[in-house]
Design a protein around this ligand. Sequence first.
Ligand code: MD3
Ligand code: FE
Length: 220
Amino acid sequence: MTLPLFETPASAPEIIDDGAVLLRGFAAGLAGRWVAEVQALQAGAPFRVMDLPGGARMSVAMTNCGSWGWVSDAKGYRYSGTDPLSGLPWPAMPPFLRNQAIAAAAKALYPGFAPDVCLINRYRPGAKLTLHRDEDEADFTAPIVSVSLGLPCTFLWGGLARKDPVKRMLLMHGDVLVWGGRTRLTYHGVSPLKDGHHHLLGDERWNLTFRMARVRYPAA
Ligand code: MD3
Ligand code: FE
């Protein structure tokens, strides 16, 4: 059989831990559409760098779509129904993005996923995310679906305590990870992005995380 050039075939789901499922290449086939959808969101809610409560500035630029968006400033982190840059509601989650995230969750055996937030992170060379837990959501029984596009990164994957040993894992363009069950509250982060060139995103890496911030899982 001849595989199409330039396309990573999506592979069977891999269980990488209790509740965490890796769908290698899930978003690779329609990556151009993913990129176009994120670009279209820029008109209403552009990428911006946020401040951390301690006073430092993040290196990753972020934006959101959906009913809620994750924000950070001198006062702390929280979900906000409006974009602090515009004062307006975040752009609606495009149906293509939402449907793809729901399909990925279903493939990872999480039916009833109904994301009300898509947080979008943009990394340029040197940008990183220090070890943290995602704990601002209302219902930790809901998984998080994460989609990687563009340059590869070294993902840092720890345990349930900050001091637990950290494993490293290469996340590549098109990879989708579904984090649920026992892994939902693990510490994780991203090593400083290495310079490189990707045919769709140049020297950038984008990561989309679909979350259920203010809805209960599973959705009725
Ligand atoms: C494990 N983003 O936005 S995606 C974040 O690549 C975030 O931009 C990283 O961590 C990024 O909060 C990592 C992989 C990921 C996302 C959410 C998780 C791993 C997770 C939630 C729980 C456990
Ligand atoms: Fe996170």
